[in-house]
Design a protein. Structure first.
Length: 552
């Protein structure tokens, strides 16, 4: 299936599984759909199964977004506790499209928990409470963590084995175009791994890759952290010259900040020297470098920023970038650091999502399904591969995954044929019906309008959260770089929505509050000016506005 057909299906509003081999363009299709939702004012959430994956899609983990966290099971008390949190209650009820990336690493039991919460909070017994859920990923890549020594073959651990998945019957969009691999030999190896038909010629290709040592600019991929840390430390010590250190700047508290730091590839203290080998860990806004671009520190500018010579010969100055966790428009945690790290070595796990021109890969200690496939599929060509070590398990894929993949392919073809039968006008009518049912607009908004719609509730929520913390109106306005009038406008909107608001610390004393309320009552008005004039300036417009929306 091509990306355009997948996008047409997504726009119909069905729960969907967007899949395909590494490099098939799943991320691009997701971005196009997110842009579409923004431009039509549909409320959506972007999440991923892991912290690393969430930094790639600019969202948060599904565990954090849902309120489930690290829980393995949910009882009635747990669900009630989630529902009682105003921000979670609002999030679950207002989100119309929930995107979950890297679904291969999401346990089946977690998918069922999501479904259970959605049905309860949204008071809707349809799958996932009537939301459109867009699962994205590739089950040939890294699987969920399996505990107690059980194998993937004797446990229903994959998301597609969950009761919720089966009940929702997601439409399968299996992307088949290839945008990463430029080499027929590498493509044949990856396809053979997927089909379970790795033959002698494929091993011969890999053996030849083992015999060729490429330039010193390639990165080394290992399956274990200790190998990576040791190599980077030793190689950095070999480089002569002055050490420059860059300290990560962080905002936020507790587990969310800790999780962001752990899952972001940027180190808390980055040490560099001229000659140090580095890899870019984020796309630059101008696309001069991308996540996975290799380079070497060639100098430092007058401001101390490193100048990197990329593998293609271009020199770029690297400036600090940020990673953040946002929930309901509120930044829960944010870190700022140079978007590079030492790159003599990296783990296979942390390479997922990257595209590499060349790499030295050691699969001698591969220990779980999908590791070999993930490592090899990072590359564009076998010419960029130096295979250091290898064991038979490296290319193993769960038989459960291999079997379901054939079903996915067949269902994707069925979906494509079904869409092709629609006349263009009928298809557009169905897509517009979904927009209307989701509270969106069929008229495409410009960027500013789209951002405004997505921000409206989020902005009110930010003010609501700060009021809960006891922050004054003036300080909220200063922190958010907004006017006091705007902040009070948020409070009025929250009152209109019947939201709980903590106003005790911002209202005038009780006797003054009672006088103002009495004036509104006696004058039989809700307008501000008559009351303001009645008190001849004793109370400000701001005080009167706040009293007007305060609980009795």
């Amino acid at each position: 299936m091509k990306q355009k057909v997948a996008l047409d299906i997504l726009k119909l509003g069905h729960t969907t599984f967007l899949t395909g081999a590494a490099g098939a363009g799943k991320s691009y299709a997701l971005r196009d759909y997110i842009t579409y939702l923004k431009k039509h004012g549909v409320k959506f959430a972007v999440t991923a199964s892991t912290g690393i994956a969430s930094t790639h899609v600019g969202g948060t983990t599904i565990h954090s977004w849902s309120g489930i966290g690290i829980k393995q099971k949910l009882n009635a008390y747990d669900i009630d506790a989630i529902e009682e949190k105003a921000n979670l209650y609002k999030r679950w009820n207002e989100t119309q499209v929930l995107i979950i990336d890297e679904v291969s690493m999401l346990h089946a039991s977690f998918v069922d928990m999501l479904d259970k919460i959605a049905k309860h909070i949204r008071r809707n017994e349809k799958p996932f409470g009537g939301m459109q859920v867009v699962f994205s990923g590739d089950f040939f890549q890294l699987p969920p963590v399996v505990k107690n020594g059980d194998t993937y073959e004797n446990q229903e651990v994959f998301a597609f084995t969950s009761k919720a998945w089966k009940e929702s019957k997601p439409v399968i969009c299996y992307l088949t175009e290839q945008f990463r691999q430029e080499d027929d030999k590498l493509s044949s190896i990856l396809n053979a791994i997927r089909s379970g038909e790795v033959e002698e010629e494929h091993f011969e290709y890999l053996k030849n890759a083992n015999e060729v040592l490429h330039t010193k600019d390639h990165i080394k991929l290992y399956t274990h952290n200790e190998n990576v840390d040791e190599i980077n430390r030793k190689e950095f010590e070999k480089v002569k010259g002055e050490i420059r250190s860059y300290q990560m700047i962080s905002k936020g508290k507790g587990k969310i900040l800790e999780s962001l730091k752990n899952n972001c590839l940027a180190p808390e203290i980055l040490q560099l020297k001229v000659g140090a080998k580095v890899i870019c860990i984020k796309n630059s806004p101008d696309r001069i470098y991308v996540n996975g671009s290799m380079g070497k520190v060639s100098s430092f500018n007058n401001e101390g920023a490193p100048v990197i010579e990329l593998a293609n010969g271009k020199k770029v100055t690297i400036k600090a970038d940020s990673w953040r966790v946002e929930e309901d428009g509120k930044v829960k945690a944010e870190i700022s650091q140079l978007p590079i790290k030492l790159a003599w070595a990296i783990t296979v796990h942390k390479s997922q999502g990257m595209t590499l021109d060349m790499a030295s890969i050691d699969l001698s200690r591969a220990f779980t399904s999908g590791q070999g496939y993930v490592a090899l599929s990072r590359l564009k060509s076998l010419e960029g591969l130096h295979l250091v070590g290898f064991n038979p398990q490296a290319l193993q894929i769960s038989e459960v995954v291999r079997e379901i993949d054939m079903t996915f392919r067949a269902k994707s073809e069925q979906a494509e044929r079904a869409v092709e039968k629609y006349k263009e006008k009928d298809l557009l009518d169905l897509q517009e019906k979904f927009l209307n049912n989701s509270g969106g607009t069929t008229v495409e908004l410009d960027d500013e309008e789209a951002e405004e719609i997505q921000e409206k509730v989020a902005s009110h929520t930010k003010t609501q959260e700060l009021l809960k913390e006891g922050v004054s109106i003036e300080e909220i306005a200063e922190r958010r770089n907004l006017s006091v009038d705007t902040i009070i406008g948020h409070i009025e909107k929250l009152a209109e929505l019947k939201e709980k608001i903590n106003l005790k610390h911002v209202l005038p004393p009780k006797k003054d509050k009672d006088k103002i309320l009495k004036a509104f009552e006696e004058m039989e008005t809700r307008k501000l000016t008559p009351v303001f004039e009645h008190f001849k300036g004793k109370y400000s417009y701001h005080q009167i506005r706040l009293v007007r929306v305060s609980p009795d």
